[in-house]
Design a protein around this ligand. Structure first.
Ligand SMILES: C[S@@+](CC[C@H](N)C(=O)[O-])C[C@H]1O[C@@H](n2cnc3c(N)ncnc32)[C@H](O)[C@@H]1O
Length: 278
């Protein structure tokens, strides 16, 4: 975790970032620079387990995805895999799923991928609604700290491996809580730090080997050294859950995935017993 000097904001701080704005700018430039190789690197570096994590996260929200007219927002959507996993589990075409990111290059890749999947050319239609009956995905260029949506608009907000990159975690949580309707759910999937002997071995891979492979395959220096550093700085599960409650969530939990390499933060805003939107 990093305390940025100005205003003691807790959030991601790539090398050289001096305040919240420069941190956000550096993060956007970093992801834009690796966008063309981002998917390949994700799958290679995670040994394809990333697909399992997106699927498990989407499955956690089946109840919402089966609600007619449910509104879903995936922030820091990158090239769209979390939003695509959500779409695969959506019960009908009138579930509205939006992906938001502040990197235009990432969104362009997301749009291409989702169009292919909807036409049945990719893996996007497997196990979900038939191609053509799946909800359309919409992509929007937006900063997760200043979402262009009214209060209480969404039934579900998710983020996969993106929240950790926000320059101000508390502001990010407050913004998610603001756009969620009462009784709405939030799911934040992100990396964790596994413990014990497995954790020790994993850390050698994550801190020493992964940055080298990432730099080699992407051809860009920086982002794959930033990754383990950002995970190390991220609040512990207990601290994150307490921050979620401070930000307005009525309840919060954390479920480790794959020995804690990743994990899902779940939160709900108050007032859970509300009827589905008709
Ligand atoms: C590690 S990628 C995750 C992408 C995708 N969700 C996935 O699971 O592969 C992080 C993404 O978060 C985006 N991001 C980081 N900070 C953001 C912010 N403040 N607002 C919007 N997007 C942001 C980056 O542009 C990048 O596309």
């Amino acid at each position: 975790m990093t305390q940025l000097d100005k205003g003691r904001i807790v959030g991601a701080a790539p090398a050289g970032a001096a305040d919240r704005d420069s941190a956000a700018r550096a993060v956007r430039e970093m992801f834009t620079s690796i966008a063309p190789r981002y998917d390949l690197l994700n799958h290679v570096l995670s040994f394809n387990v990333d697909r399992l994590w997106w699927w498990r996260t989407a499955r956690r929200f089946d109840a919402i995805l089966r609600r007619p007219g449910a509104r879903v927002l995936d922030i820091c959507c990158g090239t769209g895999d979390m939003a695509l996993a959500l779409r695969r589990r959506a019960a009908s075409a009138d579930v509205k799923i939006l992906g938001a990111d502040f990197s235009h290059a990432m969104l362009q890749l997301a749009a291409t991928k989702s169009n292919r999947a909807r036409a049945g050319k990719g893996s996007g239609s497997v196990g979900g609604p038939q191609p053509g009956q799946a909800p359309a995905l919409h992509w929007i260029e937006a900063d997760a700290l200043r979402l262009p949506f009214p209060d209480a608009h969404f039934d579900l907000v998710t983020s996969a491996f993106g929240f950790r990159n926000l320059a101000d975690y508390d502001a990010g949580l407050r913004e998610i809580a603001r756009v969620l309707r009462p009784g709405g759910d939030c799911g934040i999937l992100d990396f964790g730090e596994p413990r014990g002997l497995f954790g020790q071995v994993y850390r050698i891979y994550f801190k020493k080997i992964l940055p080298k492979i990432g730099t080699l395959l992407s051809g860009v220096h920086g982002p794959y050294a930033y990754l383990p550093a950002s995970v190390e700085r991220f609040p512990s599960p207990d601290e994150m859950m307490s921050r979620m409650k401070q930000a307005g969530f009525a309840a919060a939990s954390w479920t480790p995935y794959t020995f804690g390499i990743a994990g899902l933060y779940w939160g709900t805003t108050a007032g859970r017993n509300i009827p589905p939107r008709i």
